[in-house]
Design a protein around this ligand. Structure first.
Ligand code: SF4
Length: 265
């Protein structure tokens, strides 16, 4: 008897059958696997905890100060404009000799853009900043009698001045209870969380709603300094944080074990 040839039907079905079995296996494995759970974002602190948090900051540092050196509202405005994407220490180094000679908008106009550029050339984006500082000085002289206006909407019309700069000036020069959201404050507010938000404006408006009135004047300095020196972007120093027991950020870091995955957000 001649050997039996496999039928063409059998040959065609073989790969399909193998595929079906692999698919069935995969689907059984999927069904057995535990569902992947995404960590839920922690809830923002309740009012009593917000109160406790700012009470601690206040106790530790009753009169927090910004670190940009200035001699009057005008030089504060200039220093804040120069500080965009630069460190306060770097700005102070350049402005210390500058403000000893130039402390009014008229004197800045007299100095001129070229010499200002030379004076601040160690600061990032100095060309654009020199242009803005001279232009805003001209506006102050021409439209505001050489004074710094006390309204946010007006401040924001000056060259190089955005909402954050306006808020810093209103707070530090005029004692207004504003919240200037910089990168440090944005990170701290989202980590703890106090007023989580995707934009600086959302965080600012959220914080205005939850911070008790009596802490408002100093709140932004406490949070900025906390972010700059303790709750750092890549390595928050939770082990020496005075609000660690109130903060809901996890995992907390320990001295020998920086938090993995902490970023600059
Ligand atoms: S415990 Fe850690 S994450 Fe929370 S505020 Fe303090 S330093 Fe930041």
């Amino acid at each position: 008897m001649p050997p039996r040839k496999p039928s063409s039907r059998r040959l065609e079905d073989a790969p399909a059958a193998a595929g079906a079995s692999a698919a069935a296996k995969a689907s059984r494995a999927l069904a057995a696997a535990k569902p992947v759970r995404r960590a839920r974002a922690p809830k923002p602190l309740e009012p009593a905890l917000v109160d406790a948090l700012f009470s601690r900051f206040q106790q530790a540092e009753p009169e927090p100060k910004g670190e940009l050196e200035h001699v009057n509202p005008y030089t504060l405005l200039v220093a804040v404009v120069l500080s965009a994407q630069a460190t306060d220490a770097g700005v102070n180094k350049a402005t210390r000799p500058l403000f000893a000679l130039v402390d009014t908008p008229q004197k800045m106009i007299d100095l001129g853009e070229d010499r200002l550029r030379e004076a601040i050339k160690t600061i990032g984006l100095f060309r654009m900043k020199a242009k803005n500082v001279v232009a805003l000085s001209r506006r102050l002289v021409d439209e505001f009698g050489g004074e710094v206006p006390r309204e946010r909407a007006v401040l924001e019309t000056l060259p190089g001045v955005g909402r954050k700069t306006a808020n810093v000036v209103l707070n530090m020069a005029f004692g207004e209870p504003t919240i200037a959201v910089d990168t440090h404050l944005f990170r701290v507010s989202n980590r703890i969380p106090l007023a989580p938000g995707k934009t600086p404006l959302a965080v600012e408006l959220g914080l205005e709603k939850i911070i008790p009135r009596r802490f408002m004047l100093h709140a932004h300095h406490w949070l900025i300094l906390h972010g700059r020196y303790v709750c750092k972007a890549r390595k928050p120093e939770c082990w020496r944080c005075l609000v660690a027991d109130l903060c809901r950020f996890e995992p907390k870091s320990t001295p020998g074990k920086p938090v993995r995955g902490a970023d600059g957000a």
